[in-house]
Ligand binder design. Structure first.
Ligand SMILES: Nc1ncnc2c1ncn2[C@@H]1O[C@H](COP(=O)(O)OP(=O)(O)O)[C@@H](O)[C@H]1O
Ligand SMILES: [Mg+2]
Length: 356
């Protein structure tokens, strides 16, 4: 995001653990084969470095914390994981894989495999990954717990759109299981049956997944990071801000807004502490985020996304298990605001993995 370069306030913050001697751990850092940072990154171009920033930040933090690290790049074979675990006997695996064999939905199998190998790992367990991935399933669970969600219906591939009468336009069409705003553009907001059908077809054909169609909630967009296994900490709420919206344009996190630095600069896109929230919303965000985290079996770290409607109602959009951990990304910024430095955040994630 654009406030990437701001120094994290938490670097100066309290770090109570510093005084107790930390155990030196053997940490196997599991990452995608294409994202393994070279030992010397000085020769990389800016864009090459940007690609491996998360991996490189985490390796750097682990080293600063005094742990012994080993990098393991994988793409489509589980055997190297097993060999590394059996031969090197790491205390813990730092899991940075968010896909396997090019399939995002296989991330859960990798952690399931780590469980079978009986090696501790960081981040979310396979149950949490499965429950949070499916944007309809996670909303169904939330509804059972009386948490407000946008009305929605799904359209499976090879099925026609059948919009329930109780759900009115405008709607937003999304992938049921993809993340990072894949397939989300201005055209995702649809206001009539034709546009709805076209966009669902786009989801089925071009993105290649089932679609979820939700009531479009105009308003503010808020993110809450949560850390923990049993005892949870909700980090201070953050808000997506876009300075330059065209007249009448709705605020949504499109693919370009999330990933295109030029777009972000041109439109004044940033994520900052959520200011001037209506009465009771800050407390509700903290309470509801922890409840959602628990009901979806999340562990380690996650980020919960919401819309805050113009009439002050909070709608749960989705939960992101294992969100980006680079030190300029949202979770690190939110942690810094809570007085948790980047190294402290990484150490906490390790400790949570060990304590599970
Ligand atoms: N029901 C909704 N109402 C308004 N905006 C939405 C809604 N659902 C999604 N969006 C917008 O689309 C973005 C991406 O949707 P999200 O469900 O978070 O999927 P992703 O996994 O791709 O982040 C959100 O950040 C938000 O800006
Ligand atoms: Mg999201």
């Amino acid at each position: 995001m654009t406030d990437a370069k701001k120094k994290s306030a938490g670097d100066k913050g309290p770090d109570r653990r510093k005084k107790t001697r930390r155990k030196k751990l053997r940490v196997l850092v599991l990452m995608h084969e294409d994202l393994v940072p070279p030992d010397d990154v000085s020769g990389l171009s800016e864009s090459e470095f940007h690609r491996i920033k998360t991996e490189s930040d985490i390796l750097g933090a682990l080293e600063k914390l005094g742990h012994e690290t080993r990098k393991l790049g994988v793409r489509d074979a589980v055997l190297p994981i097993r060999h590394a675990v059996e031969e090197w006997e790491p205390d813990i695996v730092f899991n940075l894989l968010d896909e396997f064999q090019g399939e995002a939905i296989y991330d859960q199998h990798v952690v399931a495999f780590l469980e079978l190998l009986r090696v501790p790992y960081t981040g979310n367990n396979p149950r949490g990954l499965v429950l949070a991935r499916d944007k309809a399933l996670s909303k169904k669970v939330a509804m059972y717990h009386r948490i407000q969600v946008p009305r929605f219906f799904t359209v499976r591939r090879n099925h026609r759109v059948r919009k329930p009468k109780r759900i009115d336009f405008p709607l937003i069409v999304k992938s049921l299981v993809e993340e990072a705003s894949m397939g989300i553009s201005k055209a995702s907001i649809v206001r009539d049956q034709d546009a709805l059908e076209t966009r669902v077809e786009f989801m089925h054909e071009r993105i290649g997944t089932d679609a979820i169609v939700e009531q479009f909630i105009p308003g503010r967009e808020i993110y809450v990071g949560v850390l923990g296994n049993e005892r949870l900490i909700a980090l201070p709420p953050r808000e997506l801000i876009v300075d330059e919206l065209e007249p009448g344009e709705d605020l949504i996190a499109t693919e370009s807004l999330k990933h295109n630095v030029h777009y972000q600069e041109r439109h004044g896109v940033r994520i900052q502490g959520a200011k001037n929230l209506p009465d009771g919303i800050a407390a509700a965000l903290e309470r509801v985020s922890k409840r959602i985290y628990r009901m979806l079996s999340l562990e380690g770290y996650a980020r919960i996304d919401y819309r805050l409607s113009e009439d002050g109602k909070l709608y749960f959009l989705e939960a992101n298990p294992n969100p980006e951990l680079a030190n300029y990304e949202e979770l690190a910024h939110a942690a810094a605001k809570a007085g948790i430095s980047y190294e402290n955040l990484i150490q906490r994630i390790l400790s949570l993995g060990l304590r599970r």
